[in-house]
Design a protein around this ligand. Structure first.
Ligand SMILES: [Zn+2]
Length: 437
């Protein structure tokens, strides 16, 4: 890990540069995969699965018996842990569901909005080096709470053709049973276009490798929505003298083990903390199972000594980290100064890993500086709002003249006329009734 003692602004910018973006060489491969699945459906999926996963099932859909058996072989303690996570994630996400009260914007003009679930959503769960069954919970729970009608999961099988039982168990706990054993860019294509066995969806969620990410970007251009731009994981820790170096080092390493392109940064106003965290990192890194991954990502990473914690907060806000830990004596006060971050952890006992599994907020978060403009996943990600307005005769008399004026100024005489005919109608009606009187 690089060590920067009172660096200048340019040195800071260089240290906070994100590892280079996914290479574009894969573009033609991904385009070819999308085109194949679009034109040949299941036959293409089978061919591609054989090539990339080493296995092509007769039927992509995982049958109910397999899902049931998978849950039974997961050790009870782990199943209970999943249940505990499920209950916390459900509690946090339920609170996001709020109704909308009608608003009278003018006399006779009533407006309201209705949250409608996206009818069909697809969740992508990667296989590979670690089975991310926690992501199943993080995607499926808000989808269910939002009320999505059709929720499907695509996830690659192992070389033996089986989907990881932990993924199946988490899916069934979260109430999703439409699971397809297909991965990679071809899975994204299947969910975007639909095949004989896999239904198409309106929005695709979930992490993946650079092929999956590129496939999501490409299908988005064709009209299938996606959750957010994906990139390597990040953690920024702001630590003052009150921080526990043992905890800080453990947190930095926990995030560094995600992938070789992960980035972790520590900002501090204490020289002692820099020395102590550095020593702890050396000690703890050797003990990690994913030691070689963590070591590589630490090369993109820095320990930075600055003058004050306020300066640390400034730098953090410019960087806009996916995860931010405030290991300071007054984390509440510092949290109030956070402007850009995906998810914030306050105080010495809030480890970032508790947020990955248990605390309740979503762990699908904006990376790569997108925290400046994007939020993490919530029930809103699985919904859209429909607006309603009801204008009475009284209402059109109130807002009609201003509407006519604005439409006329925009040279849209048709728009103006649609109001004018109504105002004229009401005027005539009034004349008739006063004439009679
Ligand atoms: Zn993590």
């Amino acid at each position: 890990m690089k060590r920067l003692i009172y660096p200048g602004p340019e040195e800071i910018s260089a240290a906070l540069g994100r590892p280079s973006a996914a290479n574009r060489d894969i573009d033609s491969t991904v385009r070819e995969i999308l085109a194949m699945v679009r034109s040949e459906g299941d036959a293409a999926l089978r061919q591609l699965s054989r090539r990339f996963d080493g296995y092509a099932p007769a039927s992509f859909k995982v049958d109910e018996e397999t899902i049931y058996q998978a849950s039974a072989i997961v050790v009870p303690e782990l199943r209970e842990a999943m249940q505990e996570a499920l209950s916390n994630i459900t509690a946090f996400h339920s609170a996001q569901l709020t109704g909308s009260e009608p608003v009278m914007t003018a006399d006779g003009v009533k407006c309201w909005s209705r949250d409608m679930p996206i009818e069909k959503v697809g969740l992508y769960i990667p296989g590979g080096t670690a089975p991310l069954f926690s992501t199943v919970l993080m995607l499926a729970i808000p989808a269910r709470l939002a009320g999505c009608r059709d929720i499907i999961i695509c996830t690659p099988p192992g070389r033996d053709g089986r989907v990881n039982p932990l993924i199946l168990c988490a899916a069934s706990l979260a109430g999703v049973t439409d699971i397809y054993a297909v991965g990679g860019a071809q899975a994204i294509a299947a969910m975007a276009y639909g095949t004989e066995s896999i239904p198409s969806v309106y929005k695709i969620f979930g992490p993946g490798n650079s092929y999956v990410t590129r496939a999501k970007e490409l299908v988005q251009l064709e009209g299938t929505a996606i959750d957010m731009p994906a990139g390597p994981s990040e953690l920024l820790v702001i630590a003052d003298e009150s921080a526990n170096p043992l905890f800080v080092a453990a947190d930095l390493l926990s995030q560094a083990e995600h992938g070789t392109d992960s980035q972790v940064i520590m900002l501090t106003d204490s020289k002692i903390i820099v020395d102590q965290v550095e020593a702890e990192l050396k000690k703890q890194a050797a003990l990690l199972d994913r030691n070689s991954i963590a070591r590589q990502s630490l090369e993109n990473s820095s320990l930075i000594l600055l003058d004050t914690i306020d300066e640390c907060l400034d730098v953090s806000n410019r960087y806009a980290p996916e995860h931010l830990i405030l290991a300071t004596a007054d984390p509440q006060r510092h949290a109030a100064a956070v402007v850009n971050a995906g998810s914030v952890f306050l105080g010495n006992f809030s480890s970032e890993s508790t947020g990955d599994y248990m605390t309740g907020p979503n762990h699908t978060l904006p990376t790569g500086g997108y925290a400046r403009s994007y939020s993490g996943l919530s029930t809103a990600s699985f919904m859209k709002k429909i607006f309603f307005q009801e204008v009475t005769a009284e209402g059109i008399m109130k807002i009609g003249p201003a509407t006519e004026l604005m439409a006329g100024a925009e040279m849209l005489s048709g728009h103006m006329n649609a109001v004018s005919v109504r105002l004229k109608f009401l005027e005539d009606e009034q004349n008739r009734s006063t004439g009679k009187a």
